[in-house]
Design a protein around this ligand. Structure first.
Ligand code: XBP
Ligand code: MG
Length: 259
C-alpha cells in the first residue's frame, strides 16, 4: 500500500562497524582466545580477518576458513557442535572485552540515537551478530537499559540467511509494521548495503575501518562518519549529503528529498 506520508519513520541500525568498531579489537581477539582454549591451531591476524569478514556470521566464517583456507578443524564426531562451542566461547570473551570499555561507540552514535528518541523516531537493530553480542554492546556502551530503546532487535540466526541476504531487514520491517521506504538504515559494509538494496531500504553508510575498499553502490550516501558539533565536518564519499554532520533534522530533510 503506497503511503502518502513520506516522513522518515524509523532508523535501522547495523551493529558491528556502525555502532562501534567491534571487529579488530573485539571479535578478533575473542576468536583467538576461543581457538586457544580448545587447542585449535588457528590464529587470525588483522589482515586475514579483514578478508574473512566477507563471510557474515561466526559459524559460517569459521566453516569457510576451515574449508576454503584448507585449515581443517580437528576430526570430531559433530563439527557443528564444535563450531557452536567455539562461537559460545568467542562471544563470552567478546562480552568481557566490551565490558572492559575497550570498544567505544563511534562518534555521533550516542548523540544521533538520543536525537532520534527525542524526535519520536522508531528505532531498531538489524544485525548479523548474535543477540548476546548486541545486548553486551548496548548495555555497556550505550546505557544499562538501552535494549528497551529499540522496538526490534533483529539479530543473528533469527533468519535463515544472513546479510547480504535481505532476510534480517525483512524480519525487522515485518516486526515494525513499516514499509522499506519508511525507514533509513545505517550500515558500514558492502554486505550491509547489499542487504538493504535487496530489501529496498534506503541506506546511509558510515564507512567501517575494514570497509574502505568496499563497493557501496546502491547506498543513498556514503560518509566517513556521523560527525557532530564537536567533530570535524563529515566527509562525503558518495551521494548528495550537504549537512556538516548527521542530525535528525538533516536526515529528515535529506530523506524527504530522496523520495
Ligand atoms: C557483523 C558480522 C558478525 C560479527 C561477529 O555483523 O558479520 O558475524 O563479525 O558476530 P553486522 P557473531 O555488521 O551485521 O553487525 O560472532 O555473532 O557472528
Ligand atoms: Mg556491520
Amino acid at each position: 500500500m503506497e503511503t502518502s506520508d513520506t516522513r522518515l519513520k524509523a532508523l535501522l541500525f547495523d551493529v558491528d562497524g556502525t555502532l562501534a568498531e567491534t571487529e579488530r579489537h573485539g571479535h578478533l581477539p575473542a576468536y583467538n582466545l576461543a581457538f586457544a582454549e580448545l587447542g585449535i591451531p588457528w590464529r587470525w591476524d588483522a589482515g586475514l580477518y579483514g578478508q574473512l569478514l566477507a563471510v557474515t556470521g561466526s559459524r559460517e566464517r569459521m566453516r569457510h576458513y576451515a574449508r576454503q583456507w584448507r585449515q581443517p578443524l580437528p576430526a570430531v564426531a559433530d563439527e557443528d557442535a564444535l563450531l557452536r562451542d567455539l562461537h559460545r566461547r568467542k562471544n563470552a570473551h567478546y562480552a568481557a572485552i566490551v565490558a572492559s570499555g575497550a570498544l567505544p561507540l563511534r562518534p555521533g552514535v550516542r548523540r544521533l540515537i538520543g536525537e532520534a528518541r527525542a524526535a519520536g523516531l522508531r528505532l531498531a537493530i538489524v544485525t548479523t551478530t548474535s543477540p548476546e553480542n548486541v545486548s553486551a554492546l548496548l548495555r555497556h556502551c550505550l546505557a544499562p537499559d538501552a535494549e528497551q530503546w529499540f522496538e526490534v532487535i533483529a539479530a543473528g540466526d533469527i533468519v535463515p540467511h544472513k546479510k547480504p541476504a535481505p532476510d534480517i531487514y525483512h524480519y525487522a520491517l515485518e516486526r515494525l509494521g513499516l514499509a522499506a521506504g519508511d525507514c533509513m538504515a545505517l550500515e558500514d559494509s558492502e554486505n550491509g548495503v547489499r542487504a538493504c538494496a535487496a530489501a529496498g531500504v534506503p541506506v546511509l553508510v558510515t564507512v567501517g575501518e575494514y570497509c574502505t575498499d568496499h563497493d557501496f553502490s546502491g547506498a543513498a550516501a556514503v560518509l566517513d562518519a556521523l560527525g557532530g558539533p564537536d567533530q570535524p565536518p563529515v566527509r562525503v564519499l558518495a551521494g548528495d549529503w550537504r549537512a556538516p554532520w548527521v542530525s535528525v533534522p538533516a536526515l529528515q530533510a535529506w530523506f524527504s528529498g530522496l523520495r
